[in-house]
Design a protein around this ligand. Structure first.
Ligand code: FES
Length: 221
């Protein structure tokens, strides 16, 4: 079991009462945010008939399946079956739940249910820049960033297994790498420090150009 924490989405991309599907090592997972603002990461599969929970709806502190409306509380326990509203739902009807935490403007999870909470750096101010997906293994994507930076003149330092600090003359960025599968990688980029005359959309374009350079695509426009 992989005990590391992996980034799955920019915090700002998962608004309260929304959900989204993603993959980690090929496993389908859902990330959703409840009405209190807490992010959750679960297996993306309803125990009833297997519908993706990422297609469902957040109802306060429950996630409801799109198909037959079964509702699951924050612990993954089914609490309500609309077709049988008076039924006391058996405690065996649960969705596998993974740990989730937010750090530096990014939502992280671990597939190891016993993973240590990980090092916290409290109050690190980070602004979302861009998430992109690269058709490369995670090691190739990190090696390309370390070798070339996102842009000319960048200095890149790898901080951990899946995290790099990218420094340029006008910005300091964190790039966190999500192993989507053996051949595909998510890269979630946040800004720690940006010169006032450097708009975030310029940084987003630089991130997109890095993605395009790895895929061999020619940028247009
Ligand atoms: S498949 Fe989810 S409620 Fe039926």
């Amino acid at each position: 079991m992989d005990a590391a924490w992996h980034p799955v989405a920019l915090s700002g991309d998962i608004e309260p009462a929304t959900s989204a599907g993603f993959k980690l090592f090929g496993q389908e997972l859902v990330v959703w945010r409840d009405d209190k603002g807490t992010a959750h990461v679960w297996e993306d599969r309803c125990p009833h008939r297997g519908m993706r929970l990422s297609f469902g709806f957040v109802r306060g502190n429950h996630l409801a399946c799109l198909y037959h409306g079964w509702q699951y509380d924050r612990s993954g326990q089914c609490r309500h079956i609309p077709a049988h509203p008076d039924l006391e739902v058996p405690p065996t009807i649960t969705v596998p739940v993974y740990k989730a935490r937010e750090w530096a403007g990014i939502i992280w999870t671990s597939l190891d249910h016993d993973a240590a909470p990980g090092e916290e750096i409290a109050g690190i101010p980070a602004v979302a820049v861009r998430s992109v997906y690269l058709d490369k293994p995670v090691a190739t994507a990190i090696a390309a960033l370390v070798a070339n930076g996102l842009d000319d003149g960048d200095a890149v330092r790898q901080l951990g297994q899946n995290l790099c600090l990218v420094k340029s003359a006008t910005s300091q960025l964190l790039a966190a790498f999500q192993p989507v599968s053996e051949t595909r990688t998510g890269m979630h980029v946040v800004a720690l420090d940006v010169a006032p005359d450097k708009p975030l959309k310029d940084l987003a374009r630089i991130v997109e150009a890095f993605r395009d350079s790895l895929s061999g695509e020619v940028r247009v426009g």
